[in-house]
Design a protein. Structure first.
Length: 289
């Protein structure tokens, strides 16, 4: 196993007429330094990640008249249809439920896409990983930026719904802090699932099943207060505080400090686990993809 790690991925650099092979380290400290170097180089190539994210959107909707706004249109239709139905089922005023549903579905769509794509992020980029010296963090950042661009198109629907229902977001810097935490969490999730998905191809279908379960037990279609006596337990659902730190301020409501504390705790655990897994198995990714 140590020999496999030491002989991990071969990369080619144009430093001269001969190829230079870069061997991944095998001890703990060297693994840590390799990950930090990967992150540093990824930050230096952040403009490349943004450009590739935009390119993915352009290629996906090349030849389309509306382009990515097809997502906006489909989201608007779904929110309108489900809003009328579930407002009646939950006996809630339409003008109160529709803003809640619109922002909840847009945020959940982002979460489910990031988790779903995360399991295959390195496998889908196997050709580039085996033929270039691009840091792994570039592939992850590219996917996260692409999904943030898609979500930005759907924010148009939220803005229209809020305007029609007379909902005014709070002028709170915590909204920006919430999105910053979302960005960091997305990087951590894709890193963790990318490593696991490269080793075990069952991770993708498993994540899809888990997300289906969490969709129904997380306040996305229904409001937290409908849980009654179970509401205090919602904070242990990692998706609930992550959604609430953006949803409550955006809907003009006060954000309890315990929600932020829970979101930070969940995020810290996720980031530590993702970092350790990535550091431990980064050298083997080229073999697994």
């Amino acid at each position: 196993m140590q020999q496999m790690e030491a002989a991990a991925q071969r990369t080619t650099r144009s430093d001269g007429p001969e190829e230079r092979r870069v061997y991944q380290p095998t001890n703990g400290r060297a693994r840590l330094m390799a990950v930090l170097d990967d992150v540093r180089r990824g930050l230096e190539l952040s403009r490349l990640s943004v450009a590739l994210g935009w390119l993915d959107i352009k290629l996906r909707y090349r030849g389309s008249i509306l382009g990515p706004f097809w997502l906006t249109l489909s989201t608007a239709v779904m929110i309108a249809a489900l809003g009328v139905l579930y407002a009646r089922l939950f006996h809630m005023p339409f003008g109160e439920y529709l803003p809640f549903l619109s922002i909840s579905l847009v945020m959940w769509s982002f979460i489910s896409t990031v988790w779903g794509e995360g399991a295959m992020i390195f496998v889908d980029n196997a050709g580039l990983i085996l033929s270039s010296d691009v840091p792994f963090t570039v592939y992850i950042t590219r996917a996260v930026i692409r999904n943030f661009i898609v979500m930005a198109h759907n924010v148009v629907v939220i803005a229209i719904v809020f305007y029609l229902c007379d909902v005014t977001p709070r002028h709170d810097p915590l909204i920006l802090a919430g999105f910053a935490l979302w960005f960091v969490d997305s990087l951590a999730v894709m890193t963790l699932l990318g490593v696991l998905g490269a080793r075990f191809r069952d991770v993708g279908p498993t994540i899809a099943t888990v997300l289906q379960i969490f969709f129904f037990i997380t306040p996305v279609m229904w409001k937290p207060e409908l849980a009654h006596s179970m509401e205090p337990w919602l904070i242990y659902n990692p998706f609930y505080p992550l959604i609430e730190i953006v949803r409550l301020p955006a809907m003009g409501q006060a954000l309890p400090i315990k929600i932020w504390e829970a979101a930070l705790i969940h995020s810290a655990i996720l980031m530590v686990v993702a970092f350790l897994i990535f550091a431990r198995f980064r050298a083997r990714l080229a073999y697994w993809v």
